[in-house]
Structure formats: structure tokens, C-alpha cells
Design a binder for this molecule. Structure first.
Ligand code: NAD
Length: 496
């Protein structure tokens, strides 16, 4: 059976690429020197459908040499921010031109529902255009007088250098582009390393950069896992690392960058809370619930998977949450109606199963779901699950699960709710549900976290997004995100 027949039989769109052997280096697609391969597995069926190279040390060296050369001798860092912004806008157009293929490849790679991945290209293009609009911030002449007079300092924002961009598999396109866009606008060159399972989604991003006419070596792409990532992080040509992924890997990268005195931004895991205030409108909670607390089948870093309900309305909240989750369809991620797809991989399916087991052992009560779905070994589906009677000491209340599992905890007064929300090693997201904007704002201000929503959660290209504590270091989005790719230099001069 041909590859086309295989995809037709499985009801899947045929991807542009399946088995690839090349990396994008110095403006050309060149064959990897590695023999090792990384499989691509459709998580909805469990079938392997493609593979990419597990790049060699030589491949990494060649990619970073290209990025280094383009930074030191190429036209890119010498061009003006406005010129670079024009290129970013062209990349945005090229990304959008690939929207349909990007979406279906992304869904085939990680099982994200097509309704989610269809927006990925538009979102990436939106980030690129928004960041392009920040060029004046780089161009503004910043001259500051000496307080004692007689001299002034010109404060320059120089590009930091060749950057290594490492992304996870849950929102592969968005989480790469949110690094790529500010790095490029600042005048940096980059080597991108996607998560192994979502490598082909990022191939479209590299292709869009090529089609937009970026000079050779400005954007490079290698594929691989932890070893490739580690080599990139420690490579002598790397000037900065931008990483999104798990907290344990983030710690390892931070340790390496600390040793090397290398700037690093880390967007890591989370365990965020939705505080339902006593006056909350539960219909509003229901309509926001999936996106705020279970987006992408629970595989989203900032979602509020701990729902804190006031004791006097606990049963009502549990009932509403249970009905909402139970009513959302689970199934083939290519089906337009699907809300919950599979876990992105066998490994993630095993992780979530382990958490479900721990919840049952520790005495939580499943009000819907509670088990991995029985698919006869085909596909990595977990039943969308709500646990009631969850106490703060349970593992499901404390650790990031990264699956479709909600815990509902009870509180007696608002101080206790805030204390419960803050009783975590993470600090990434959060949401407050209330009909009183003043009360909601007051609670949001007391939550020890990088971002909080009131009655909804969203990421704003204009506002910094980042985690506190075990959720990371530094921010992405906004001027603050762009500023992570510049290094300041003050040139002092006499004024008389
Ligand atoms: P992961 O940490 O296992 O992998 C992330 C990336 O790092 C992958 O590309 C991987 O190949 C690479 N990597 C692994 N070991 C490495 C090493 N030693 N050195 C360099 N690179 C290495 O994470 P994951 O399982 O892909 O993603 C899920 C995690 O990402 C969750 O914890 C989630 O909360 C987090 N996440 C955070 C955000 C955020 O913005 N804070 C967004 C999305 C996901």
C-alpha cells in the first residue's frame, strides 16, 4: 500500500513530508550526517507515519557555525529594525500561506484538535506582525544626561547574538514563533530545535523564513531530543538560550547557562488555580471552563486545573464542572466537533494514567471519567476527568498533570482560597470567577503568579507572559519579551 493509500485508509490528510533527512542550515536544506532517526507517531491511532533525523554533533556544530557567521559578518544585525520588521511581515504572510498544511501536520504530530491547530498559523502571523510593530522601540534614540551635567550617555540596544530556541510539543508553532520573532527583530540569528514529535510543524516555519528571503544563516533548524538540545545550550557559539518546556529540564538548562554566564529565558510548567468567588456566575464558568482549565486536552502550561470552590456552593460547582466536561466530545482530532483529542504521545498517556491511579489511591472521587480510555491499544486517549473531594496534599492537587484532569477543592473564606492558590511551587497562570470586578481584581492582585485572568484567560501579544518560582525566568510577549534579546551598551560622551 502506498503512503497515500495509508493516509486515506486512516482518514487522515496526507502530510507534505513524512520521512525527512535534512536540516535547514545557512539558507539551504542539507542532509543530516546522522544515521539515527526519531519516529513521528499519530497519537490518535498509535501508528508511526514519519521520521526526522536525530541530528549529530556535527549537524549542531554546522548549524551554530552558520548562525555565528551570519551574526558576525552577515547583513542581518547591521540592517535597521524597520528593515527587519518588513522581513517579519513577509514571514507572517508566508506562514499564513501554509496555514492548512501546518494545521494538519501539527494535528497529525501531536493530536491537538484541528480546531486548535487551524488557528496556529494565524496566531503565529499575529505574533510576527505585532513584534514587527515594536521596531520603533529599538530605533528610538535613547540619550540620558549625567545627573551632574556636562556629559550624556547613548544607551544602545544591541542584539545579544546567536540564540538557541528550544520548544515543546504542546503548541509547537506558537511557542517557537514567540521566540523567533523578537530574536529576529532585535537582529539576532537563531538555531531552532523543536520537540522531536513536532519537528515537521516547525519545518513550515523554516520554509516560511526561506520564502520570505531571510539572508542565509539567520534562521537554522535542527531536529533531535535532549542530547541535541544540551549540545546547543552549551555550544561556545550560543549567546542566549530561550527555552519552553518542563521544570526539570529548565533547571538543567539554567544550571548550564549559569555556569557559562549565558542569558536564558525559561517558560516552564505550572499548576494554576481557578478561584470561584461566592458570587460567581456558574454559566460564565461553564462557558469559559474548557479553554481556561482544559485547553488542548489539558496539555497547556497556564491552564487552571485546580478549581477552588466556596464550601457553600461546592456541590453546585462540582455539578456544573462535571456536566460541562462530560458534554464536550472526545475523539478523532481531525473531526471538527472534537474538543478533547488524545494525549500527544504514549509517554504522556502513561504519565496521566499514573496520576489517575494516584488520585484513586489517595481518595479523590471521580465525578466523570477517571480512567484511560479503552481503545484497544490504538491511540493514547484518556477520559476527560473531574475529581471532587480533592485535598491540597494529594499529588493531583500539587503536581502538573498535563492531561484532561480537573481537581475541585473547597475553601471556607477568600483568604483561604488565596492561600490555597499560592500554596504551590509554581506561579504561571490563574483565573478568578466573580460578578464583582472590584473583588475579582483584588483577589487577582493577591495571587502569586505571572498572569491572572478575570472570568477568562488569554495571552496578549502586547503584555508580558512568564512564570514565577518553578514556572520560569524571564518573560515572552510585549516589549518586555523583546528586551530579552538585546544587550544594552552605554556610550558616554561630553556635551561641551
Ligand atoms: P521537555 O522539557 O521534556 O522538552 C522541551 C524541549 O526541551 C524539547 O524540545 C526537548 O527535546 C528539549 N530538551 C529535553 N531535554 C533537554 C536538555 N537536557 N537540554 C536541552 N533541551 C532539552 O518538555 P515537554 O514535555 O516537551 O513539554 C511539556 C512541558 O512544557 C510542560 O511542563 C509544560 O508546562 C511546559 N510548557 C510551558 C509553557 C510556558 O510558556 N511556561 C508553555 C508550554 C509548555
Amino acid at each position: 500500500m502506498s503512503a497515500t493509500d495509508t493516509f486515506r485508509q486512516a482518514g487522515r490528510p496526507e502530510p507534505r513530508w513524512a520521512h525527512t533527512h535534512d536540516l535547514y542550515v545557512d539558507g539551504a536544506w542539507t542532509r543530516s550526517s546522522a544515521a539515527a532517526r526519531l519516529p513521528l507517531v499519530d497519537p490518535a491511532t498509535g501508528c508511526e507515519w514519519g521520521s526526522v533525523p536525530d541530528c549529530s554533533a556535527d549537524d549542531v556544530d554546522v548549524a551554530l557555525a552558520a548562525a555565528d557567521r551570519a551574526f558576525r559578518t552577515g547583513p542581518w544585525p547591521e540592517s535597521t529594525p524597520s528593515e527587519r520588521a518588513a522581513l517579519l511581515r513577509r514571514i507572517a504572510d508566508e506562514v499564513e500561506a501554509r496555514a492548512t498544511e501546518m494545521a494538519s501536520t501539527n494535528t497529525l504530530e501531536n493530536g491537538s484538535p484541528i480546531g486548535e491547530t487551524r488557528g496556529a498559523a494565524a496566531n503565529a502571523a499575529g505574533i510576527l506582525r505585532h513584534v514587527a510593530g515594536l521596531a520603533p522601540w529599538l530605533e528610538d534614540e535613547d540619550v540620558r544626561p549625567f545627573p551632574a551635567g556636562g556629559a550624556e550617555s547613548v544607551v544602545r540596544k544591541d542584539p545579544v547574538g546567536p540564540c538557541v530556541l528550544i520548544a515543546p510539543w504542546n503548541f509547537p508553532i506558537n511557542l517557537m514563533v514567540v521566540k523567533l520573532a523578537p530574536a529576529l527583530l532585535a537582529g539576532c540569528t537563531v538555531v531552532m530545535k523543536p520537540a522531536p514529535g513536532t519537528s515537521l510543524s516547525i519545518r513550515f516555519v523554516a520554509e516560511a523564513c526561506e520564502a520570505a528571503g531571510l539572508p542565509p544563516g539567520v534562521v537554522n533548524l535542527v531536529t533531535g531530543g535532549a542530547d541535541v538540545g544540551d549540545r546547543l545550550v552549551r555550544h561556545p557559539s550560543t549567546a542566549k538560550v530561550a527555552f519552553t518546556g518542563s521544570t526539570p529540564v529548565g533547571r538543567r538548562i539554567a544550571a548550564a547557562c549559569g555556569e557559562l554566564l549565558r542569558p536564558v529565558t525559561l517558560e516552564l510548567g505550572g499548576k494554576s488555580s481557578a478561584i470561584v468567588l461566592p458570587d460567581a456566575d456558574l454559566d460564565q464558568l461553564s462557558s469559559a471552563l474548557i479553554r481556561t482549565c482544559l485547553r488542548n486536552t489539558g496539555q497547556t502550561c497556564y491552564i487552571s486545573t485546580r478549581i477552588l470552590a466556596p464550601s457553600e456552593r461546592y456541590d453546585e460547582v462540582v455539578d456544573m464542572v462535571t456536566r460541562t466536561v462530560a458534554a464536550a466530545p472526545q475523539g478523532d482530532p481531525f473531526d471538527e466537533r472534537t474538543v478533547f483529542g488524545p494525549m500527544a504521545s504514549r509517554a504522556q498517556y502513561d504519565v496521566v494514567r499514573d496520576y489517575l491511579d494516584s488520585a484513586h489511591r489517595e481518595g479523590a472521587r471521580a465525578t466523570t471519567g477517571g480512567r484511560v480510555a479503552d481503545t484497544g491499544g490504538q491511540g493514547f486517549f484518556v477520559e476527560p476527568t473531574v475529581f471532587a473531594d480533592v485535598t491540597p496534599d494529594m499529588r493531583i492537587a500539587r503536581e502538573e498533570i498535563f492531561g484532561p484532569v480537573l481537581s475541585v477543592l473547597r475553601y471556607d473564606d477568600v483568604d483561604e482560597a488565596v492561600a490555597l492558590a499560592n500554596d504551590t511551587s509554581f506561579g504561571l497562570g490563574g483565573v478568578v470567577f466573580s460578578t464583582d470586578p472590584v473583588a475579582a481584581q483584588a483577589v487577582a492582585e493577591r495571587m502569586d503568579t505571572g498572569s491572572v485572568g478575570v472570568n477568562f484567560f488569554g495571552s496578549n501579544h502586547n503584555a508580558p507572559f512568564g512564570g514565577r518560582h518553578d514556572s520560569g525566568l524571564g518573560v515572552e510577549y510585549g516589549i518586555e519579551g523583546l528586551s530579552q534579546y538585546v544587550t544594552h551598551k552605554s556610550i558616554h560622551r561630553r556635551t561641551h
